[in-house]
Design a protein around this ligand. Structure first.
Ligand SMILES: [Zn+2]
Length: 602
C-alpha cells in the first residue's frame, strides 16, 4: 500500500474538516459553514462514505482530504501529504523526503548515464577491454546484444572513472552519492568498480539506476553492485526491464531468472520477456513491479534455490499480490544461460511445462515423504494445509483440498474439519511474506480503498498516447475524484513530455505515475480516439450524476430544515441546470451509439 493510500485509510475526512470548521450531522452526511468563504447558511458538505467534500456556495468545488488541506493550508500536494501523514502517524520513508528531490535524482541519472557510456566505450574501444570482449564472445554474445544492453568495462585503475567524471564537472560528493566511488579509511576516495565487466541497470524509462559488475578472473567478490542510492534499490529492481517491458505486456507473461548473463542470453535468443532478479530470491517489490505489466509470472529457479521457503514465498505472492506464479526448475548445476546456449528447445520445453507454484509445492513436499505411513501423512497435511488455508480464491482452495485428500487418502470432510480448526487459530490470515512474525499493525479505520478504474484507465491512455493531448480540452481536473490522479492530470496538462511531467510531480506521486504509464489498457492506435472520447464522456457523466445526487440530498435537507423560499428556488434552479447538463451528456451518448449496455459508471 502506498503512503497516500495509508494516509487515506487512517484519517477520516469528517475529523480533518472538523479541525477547521464546526461540522454537524445532516442525514448520512455532515454540513458546515464553508471554511473557504464567508457565508451565513452552511453550504459546505462532507460525505463520509465517499471521503469527499463539496461547497455548493461561492467556491462551487469539492475534492478529498488532500485537496481540502492543499486549499486550506495553501500547500502543494507533497506538502499536504507530509502534513497529513504526520497527523496519521504514517512514516514517510526517505525516498519521499525533500532530500531525495527530483533534481537530485535527475542528477544521479545523468551521472550514471555518463558513467555507463564511458564504461561502454572502454569495452568496445580500449585495448584494456580486449580480454572482456573475448570473454563475451566466448559466452556467445553478439555485438548487437552488447550494444543493446550497453555492457561496459571498468579499467584496472582506482581513479579512471573518478577522473573522467570530475573533469566533466561532477563533484566527488555526487559521485559518492551515486555509489560510483567509495571513501577509503585514509579519507580518500576511489572507484568502486575496478577491472570488471559492467552491467548498467536501467528502469523501464531507460534511466541508468545502478550497476552490476562481474570479475573476469578469480578475485572476489565475483559480483558487485551499486549500493543503495536515492535512485537504486536492488530489492525492487529488475535487470532488463527496460528491454523486456513491451514483450512482457504483449505476451502477458514475465519470466524471472537470477543472473545478468541469464537475462542477456535469453534476450539474444528471442526470449524478450525475461528479466533478472539479480539475487537468489525474488522479492515482493519485484513481483509488484511486474504486476503492472502482467499477472503471469514464471520463476526460473536453479535446483538449489527451489527450496520450500522459496515456494512458500511464491504462494504468498499469489495471495498478497494477486499474481499467478509458475515455476520451472532447472537441471542441476545449470543456469538458464547454459540451458539456452545448449539448446533453445529445451528452454522452451521448460517454459511450456512450468508448474503452478502450489502444484510444485505439493510435489516437493510429497517427494520427500512416504505417504503410506501415518507419520508422513500427517507431516504432509501439516505442511500443505497452511498453503491451502492461505488461498484467497475458494474455488482453488477446494481444488487443492481435494488434491491433498487424495494424496494422503483421508476424506475431504475430515480435512475440512482440520482446516476449519486451523483457520480459527490463524484468524484466517496469511502472513505477508516479508512481514516479521508478531509485528503489530496500528488499528486503522476499516474503509474499503477503491482506486477508480475509470480515472486510471483514462489517465493511462493519455500518458501512453501523447498525441491525444490536443483533443483533451473537454476533460476537467474536477472529474478526477482521487487527488493523486487529479494531481497527475493537472501536471500532464502543463507539461510537454513524460520527463517534464515527472519533474513537476511530487516524488510521492511517482509510484502512481509509474503504475499508469505501465498499465495495460488494451488500447491501440486504432481504437484510442474512441476510447478517449468514451472515457471523457463517462468521467463527465459520473461527475454530473454525483453532483446531482448531492444537490438532491441538499435540497431535501433544506426543505426539512425549513429553508427560505428564495433559497429553495435557487437550489431548484441549480438542480434543473445540472440535470440539463446531465441530459446533454446522455444525449451525446445516444447519438454516438457507442458502448451499448454499458452500465459501468465507475
Ligand atoms: Zn465555499
Amino acid at each position: 500500500m502506498s503512503v497516500i493510500d495509508e494516509v487515506k485509510q487512517k484519517l477520516d475526512i469528517v475529523e480533518v474538516v472538523g479541525q477547521y470548521a464546526t461540522v454537524t450531522k445532516a442525514g448520512r452526511n455532515f454540513r458546515a459553514l464553508c471554511p473557504f468563504h464567508n457565508e451565513k447558511r452552511p453550504s459546505f458538505f462532507v460525505y463520509p462514505e465517499q471521503q469527499s467534500w463539496h461547497c455548493f456556495g461561492a467556491c462551487n468545488t469539492g475534492g478529498d482530504i488532500f485537496s481540502f488541506i492543499m486549499k486550506k493550508e495553501n500547500m502543494d500536494f507533497g506538502e499536504a501529504l507530509r502534513f497529513l501523514a504526520q497527523k496519521a502517524g504514517v512514516t514517510i520513508t526517505s525516498r519521499f523526503e525533500p532530500g531525495a528531490s527530483t533534481d537530485k535524482k535527475e542528477k544521479i541519472f545523468q551521472l550514471n548515464q555518463t558513467a555507463a557510456l564511458y564504461f561502454h566505450d572502454m569495452l568496445l574501444n580500449s585495448p584494456a577491454g580486449g580480454k572482456t570482449r573475448d570473454y563475451l564472445t566466448s559466452r556467445g554474445l553478439s555485438l548487437e546484444t552488447i550494444i543493446n544492453f550497453q555492457l561496459g568495462y571498468s579499467l584496472n585503475s582506482w581513479e579512471a572513472l573518478k577522473q573522467y567524471l570530475t573533469e566533466r564537472g561532477y563533484s566527488e560528493d555526487e559521485l559518492l552519492e551515486a555509489g560510483l566511488i567509495l571513501a577509503t579509511e585514509e579519507g580518500k576516495t576511489r572507484d568502486r568498480f575496478r577491472n570488471r565487466l559492467i552491467f548498467p541497470i536501467k528502469d523501464n524509462r531507460e534511466h541508468v539506476i545502478g550497476f552490476g559488475a562481474r570479475v573476469l578472473d578469480e578475485s572476489l567478490p565475483k559480483y558487485l553492485n551499486s549500493p543503495q542510492t536515492p535512485v537504486f534499490d536492488k530489492s525492487g529492481s529488475l535487470y532488463g526491464i527496460n528491454l523486456a517491458a513491451a514483450a512482457i505486456r504483449q505476451q502477458n507473461m514475465a519470466v524471472i531468472v537470477e543472473g545478468y548473463m541469464d537475462g542477456i542470453t535469453a534476450h539474444q535468443n528471442g526470449f524478450n520477456n525475461v528479466v533478472a532478479s539479480m539475487g537468489t530470491s525474488v522479492t515482493e517489490k519485484q513481483v509488484n513491479t511486474l504486476k503492472r505489466l502482467t499477472k503471469n509470472i514464471v520463476l526460473a529457479l536453479d535446483a538449489d534455490a527451489a527450496g520450500e521457503e522459496a515456494m512458500l514465498r511464491g504462494v504468498g505472492y499469489e495471495n498478497t499480490l494477486g499474481a499467478e506464479v509458475r515455476v520451472i526448475v532447472l537441471p542441476r548445476d545449470k543456469d538458464p544461460d547454459d540451458v539456452i546456449r545448449e539448446d533453445v528447445e529445451t528452454w522452451q520445453q521448460l517454459l511450456d511445462g512450468a508448474l503452478p507454484v502450489v502444484d510444485y509445492t505439493f510435489d516437493m513436499v510429497i517427494s520427500s515423504l512416504d505417504l503410506n505411513t501415518a507419520r508422513d501423512k500427517s507431516l504432509a497435511t501439516d505442511r500443505l494445509l497452511p498453503v491451502i488455508i492461505g488461498m484467497n480464491d475458494i474455488v482453488r482452495q477446494a481444488h487443492y483440498l481435494q488434491k491433498l485428500a487424495r494424496l494422503v487418502k483421508v476424506s475431504e470432510r475430515d480435512l475440512e474439519v482440520v482446516l476449519k480448526k486451523t483457520r480459527t487459530n490463524q484468524d484466517g490470515r496469511w502472513k505477508k511474506p516479508d512481514q516479521p512474525p508478531g509485528q503489530k499493525t496500528t488499528p486503522t479505520i476499516q474503509r474499503p480503498f477503491l482506486p477508480s478504474r475509470l480515472e486510471e484507465d483514462c489517465l493511462a491512455l493519455l500518458l501512453q498516447y501523447p498525441e491525444l493531448k490536443d483533443k483533451s480540452g473537454a476533460l476537467l481536473p474536477e472529474y478526477f475524484q482521487n487527488s493523486e490522479n487529479r494531481e497527475i492530470f493537472t501536471a500532464w496538462q502543463q507539461s510537454g513530455d513524460l520527463s517534464s511531467l515527472e519533474s513537476k510531480l511530487d516524488t510521492a506521486v511517482h509510484p502512481q505515475l509509474d503504475h499508469l504509464i505501465n498499465k495495460n489498457i488494451h488500447a491501440t492506435p486504432g481504437n484510442m480516439d474512441k476510447r478517449h472520447d468514451d472515457y471523457i464522456r463517462r468521467l463527465k457523466l459520473r461527475f454530473l450524476r454525483d453532483l446531482e445526487v448531492k444537490r438532491e440530498e441538499r435540497f431535501a435537507l433544506e426543505v426539512e430544515l425549513g429553508g427560505s423560499g428564495a433559497d429553495l428556488t435557487r437550489l431548484e434552479e441549480e438542480g434543473i441546470e445540472a440535470s440539463i447538463q446531465l441530459r446533454e451528456v446522455f444525449t451525446q451518448k445516444l447519438n454516438k451509439g457507442s458502448n451499448k449496455g454499458d452500465k459501468k459508471w465507475n
